[in-house]
Write a protein that binds this ligand. Structure first.
Ligand SMILES: Cc1ncc(COP(=O)(O)O)c(C=O)c1O
Length: 449
């Protein structure tokens, strides 16, 4: 992979007018007073607007798993855009959507081989919740409407996603308009018990038993589904305790409750297996994906449904539309073409096995940060890691923000949530680049107050 020619340094003339774009999940006033712009990308690197090479420690936003601007994906997108820009998938079809679903289904776990397309992770989550309700209703158990999420869970920003999600600031302004029948499991982080665990913490499987408590409280006959991220990403990388996911599965089975894995981050090789479901050997009933599905070359998400769920809804319905749900862009030709090329690339380059091979290198490098200033925990699994810092007195998040900005100034892109720095590089990262990520982080930790 050749690096792109470096663009000229930014000048006042080349910096865009920033007033109109109301940026998502961004401190708009702070950002626009000192913008950080990326203008091109190739392989493991971005080029910043001022012409600097930036090592991508986050695969964009946990999504560019095969590395940036891969020739095969670029070619597929270009060809599809020229051949057919759009075709509807409501009562019409086009070959690329079917091809992409077939390729996805080769990698999804168990019998989750029915793929419903969306345009984002948020839409995939809301779709999965709706499919869960539709499934119970199709079987004559329409009173199962309660949804169980988890504290600190991130399931996107739709009303379904924020209702089952557990990140307080994402819910606060909308708290009067949440889905009505929702409850939450406790999250699984306990720094006192499990700080600096390498991989899955030994402590904490018992937290899954809280589901039994919720079943007793609400009665199983009212509960449709439990949704969790197998590894909670956006909240700051919470690794599931050993045995925890297996126990959730068992409790769901005991009570006829569907288990949904939100694999928007863990899908497509992040842990060194196609999905976390295979990594942990726990098969959910529904699985959401987005991001890495097509290497983020175009917006795309999807839900994989088990045969039992698909058949109950599709074969159980009278003639006509079986599920009243879908998006204009479900299976968009350009997104679908990018997915086909991406999955081919994952297979040809055996990128999930590569991630598994690099995981111990990544683990050793990130855990060298133990003992550095401010660091109170390091957590990792596969090619995802989190470094939690002691917050500054009275200024939560400020220290991690400073670390993030300084890393960017030194040519490394990381991501921060609260006082946690998260790392999730493209799966093509090599040993020297892994060393560079955490060497830069260590330098910066020494520099910030
Ligand atoms: C687990 C999980 N679910 C859902 C989403 C939402 O995806 P999107 O931003 O594509 O709507 C994300 C995004 O990071 C996520 O990590």
């Amino acid at each position: 992979m050749s690096e792109r020619a470096t663009p000229p340094p930014a000048t006042a003339a080349t910096t865009p007018d920033m007033a109109a774009f109301w940026m998502p999940f961004t401190a708009n006033r702070q950002f626009k007073s000192a913008p950080r712009l990326l203008s091109s990308a190739k392989g493991m690197y971005y080029t910043s607007h001022d012409g600097r090479r930036i090592l991508d420690g986050t695969a964009g936003l946990w999504c560019v798993n095969a590395g940036h601007c891969r020739d095969e994906i670029v070619a597929a997108v270009q060809a599809q855009a020229a051949e057919m820009d759009f075709a509807p998938t409501f009562q019409m079809g086009h070959p690329k959507a079917f091809e992409a679903a077939t390729k996805i289904a080769k990698h999804t776990p168990g019998d989750l081989k029915h793929i419903f397309f969306t345009n984002s992770g948020s839409e995939a989550v809301d779709t999965a919740l709706k499919i869960a309700l539709a499934y119970h209703r199709a079987r004559g158990e329409g009173e199962r409407t309660r949804l169980i999420g988890r504290e600190r869970g991130y399931h996107g920003v739709g009303f379904g996603g924020i209702s089952v999600g557990g990140i307080a600031p994402n819910r606060k302004a909308y708290s009067g308009a949440m889905l009505p029948a929702v409850d939450h499991l406790p999250h699984t982080l306990n720094i006192r018990e499990a700080a600096f665990s390498k991989g899955q913490p030994a402590w904490g499987a018992h937290l899954a038993d809280e589901l039994e408590r919720l079943v007793t409280l609400h009665d199983a006959s009212t509960i449709a589904a439990v949704i969790v991220e197998p590894v909670a990403g956006s909240t700051g990388v919470l690794i599931p305790p050993q045995g925890y996911l297996q126990r959730l599965r068992e409790i769901c089975d005991r009570h006829g409750i569907l288990l949904i894995f939100d694999e928007v981050i863990t899908g497509w090789g992040r842990l060194g297996a196609p999905f976390a479901a295979q990594y942990f050997n726990v098969t959910p009933d529904l699985l959401t994906m987005a991001k890495g599905t097509n290497n983020a070359a175009a917006p795309m998400g999807a839900v994989a449904a088990s045969a039992r769920i698909h058949d109950a809804i599709v074969n159980g319905a009278p003639a006509g539309i079986e599920l009243f749900h879908g998006y204009t862009y479900s299976g968009h030709p350009i997104a679908a073409a990018a997915a086909c090329a991406t999955i081919d690339l994952y297979e040809h380059e055996d990128l999930f096995a590569r991630a598994a091979k690099m995981a111990p290198v990544f683990e050793a490098a990130i855990h060298k940060l133990k003992g550095e200033r401010h660091v109170i925990d390091v957590r990792n699994l596969g090619l995802v890691g989190g470094v939690e810092l002691q917050p500054r007195d009275g200024a939560p998040g400020a220290r991690a923000y400073d670390v993030f900005v300084r890393c960017f100034q030194k040519g490394v892109l990381t991501r921060y949530t609260g006082d946690i720095l998260a790392f999730s590089p493209p799966l093509i990262i090599d040993e020297a680049q892994i060393e560079e990520l955490f060497r830069t982080m260590a330098e910066v930790l020494n520099e910030v107050d």
